[in-house]
Design a protein around this ligand. Structure first.
Ligand SMILES: [Zn+2]
Length: 263
């Protein structure tokens, strides 16, 4: 792709105030490579599949914890209800026993009183039966909840193991990435020390905006934005002094001239 020069006039190429020897300018290519590598490592660190998977598992784990709390609260309520119902059964049973012993002891002799007592015992037995059914129902519900809670706890424990394995894998990857990044940063420090301050400042400004601050001009093409320079710009670059710092009109990166530039 060739960019049209709208005016066709020469001299529209931006030449800044910064000047630097071709050797210094060449070092910017090393810097650009290292910055590309550092950006790649940073991207890899942030987009590790383990990181996304861990976030998913941890979200599920926290969901499980909440579900377990809800289930255990429900279980507590149910147990109290069950205790109450059992106490009611006991009370009814005690009353039946008392009535029965009065009956057995022959304390009641009047026919009417006897009939009343017998009918009371009968109704108490019905009541006992109803209450025992309630207790049974509560027990069943509680057993259901206990097995639900156990299932949730088992899933939580399994998830905990999975999270541990995944976190270890992520940490191994992080360590490897950090080691590579450490090496690249160290190398970068060495290169930076060789680049004049004003050129470095310009490079860093472009890098902040573009990610990488310099690109090779190869066969008339900017390796930063991959666009071919038009003839007018190429002519300007041919005419520029070796210590002029040339910029790509398209992506604004510093264009580094080499033997491969096609000039
Ligand atoms: Zn460019």
């Amino acid at each position: 792709m060739t960019r049209e020069n709208p005016t066709g006039s020469p001299g529209r190429l931006t030449l800044g105030a910064v000047k630097a020897s071709p050797q210094s300018q060449l070092r910017l290519l090393e810097l650009a490579d290292l910055d590309t590598e550092l950006a790649r490592l940073d991207h890899r660190r942030r987009s590790l599949p383990e990181v996304a998977e861990l976030a998913r598992l941890e979200a599920r784990s926290s969901e499980l914890k909440d579900e377990i709390v809800v289930t255990e609260t429900e279980l507590g309520d149910l147990s109290r209800e069950e205790t109450r119902a059992e106490r009611d059964v006991d009370q009814v049973r005690t009353r039946i026993d008392r009535d029965r012993s009065r009956l057995d002891a022959g304390q009641v002799s009047a026919a009417r009183e006897l009939a009343n007592l017998q009918s009371e015992i009968e109704s108490l037995r019905r009541r006992q039966g109803d209450l025992e059914e309630v207790v049974l129902e509560l027990m069943e519900r509680r057993e259901g909840l206990v097995s639900r809670r156990d299932e949730l706890a088992a899933e939580r424990d399994g998830l905990g193991t999975e999270i541990g394995v995944l976190a270890a894998r992520r940490d191994t990857a992080f360590k490897e990435i950090d080691e590579q990044a450490g090496k690249a940063s160290e190398q970068r420090g060495g290169v930076v020390a060789d680049v004049p301050a004003d050129l470095l400042k310009l490079y860093e400004q472009i890098r902040d905006a573009r990610g990488v601050g310099a690109a090779m001009l190869r066969a008339g093409r900017c390796e930063g934005c991959h666009l071919n320079l038009n003839q007018a710009d190429l002519n300007d670059i041919r005419a520029a002094a070796a210590d002029d710092v040339v910029r790509c009109e398209e992506c604004r990166r510093i264009l580094i001239r080499t033997a491969e530039s096609g000039l």
